[in-house]
Write a protein that binds this ligand. Structure first.
Ligand code: SF4
Ligand code: SF4
Length: 218
């Protein structure tokens, strides 16, 4: 069993606070054995001891806009992704100075980020099929790094305490993507594709209703 380091964990948390990270949590790589090989931490760093999940609060809908560079067809959240990636590299450099290797995980192939956040004890996955954080609801952009640093991990969260009596996101989804009792990616994506709001040739806003209507973190 891995012996975990309280002081190092506190140092990482303090550093995250200092650089403006909005959400951070730590998960045990062994919990990822439920996923396929290519989506496990050890696929990215063989002797990793901790998965660090970092989140950036999307405090304005414009931060959640999808955009692509001129001449490229790949849609990303350029600004939010750049911010959260820099957070991850900051933590990586901090741990390197302390003698631990880390690797920032790409988005694809990568870890299942919202599941990783739930395993790190950050928050549950709600009926809206998204991570729910106590402070910011589902309005966070996530990224993860794996590290050989033995940090103290959070308690995995398997169930949403927020959603029990609530059905707001289900009732307000314009695509009726939850009507069969679980999230339908097909219905959601069809709606997203046909209801994009173009802000410019390079930037669009997509449906955000299941994020905006969630009362948690408001
Ligand atoms: S993004 Fe919009 S269409 Fe998709 S599930 Fe959420 S509310 Fe429904
Ligand atoms: S709107 Fe309600 S049911 Fe939907 S994710 Fe938020 S708390 Fe859960």
């Amino acid at each position: 069993m891995t012996e975990r380091d309280q002081q190092l964990t506190t140092d990482v948390r303090n550093y995250c606070e200092k650089i403006g990270v909005d959400v951070v949590g730590f998960a045990d790589p062994l919990l990822f054995e439920r996923y396929s090989e290519e989506n496990r931490p050890h696929a990215f760093l063989k002797n990793s001891k901790t998965v660090i999940v970092i989140g950036f609060h999307l405090y304005d809908i414009i931060l959640d806009a999808w955009s692509h560079k001129e001449g490229e067809g790949i849609w990303t959240h350029q600004f939010a992704d750049a911010v959260v990636e820099q957070f991850c590299h900051g933590v990586r450099r901090l741990l390197l100075k302390k003698g631990y290797n880390s690797r920032v995980i790409p988005y694809s192939p990568g870890l299942y980020l919202k599941e990783a956040a739930a395993l790190a004890g950050i928050g549950p996955i709600g009926k809206n099929n998204l991570l729910i954080t106590n402070l910011f609801g589902s309005q966070v952009r996530l990224r993860a790094l794996v590290t050989t640093a033995p940090l103290i991990c959070g308690d995995p969260i398997e169930e949403s305490k927020y959603c029990k009596e609530c059905n707001i996101c289900i009732e307000t989804c314009p695509a009726k993507a939850f009507d069969n009792g679980k999230y339908s990616r097909e219905k959601c994506y069809l709606y997203l594709e046909t209801h994009k709001k173009n802000l410019s040739d390079y930037t669009v806003i997509e449906c955000n209703v299941c994020i905006e209507t969630c009362p948690i973190g408001k």
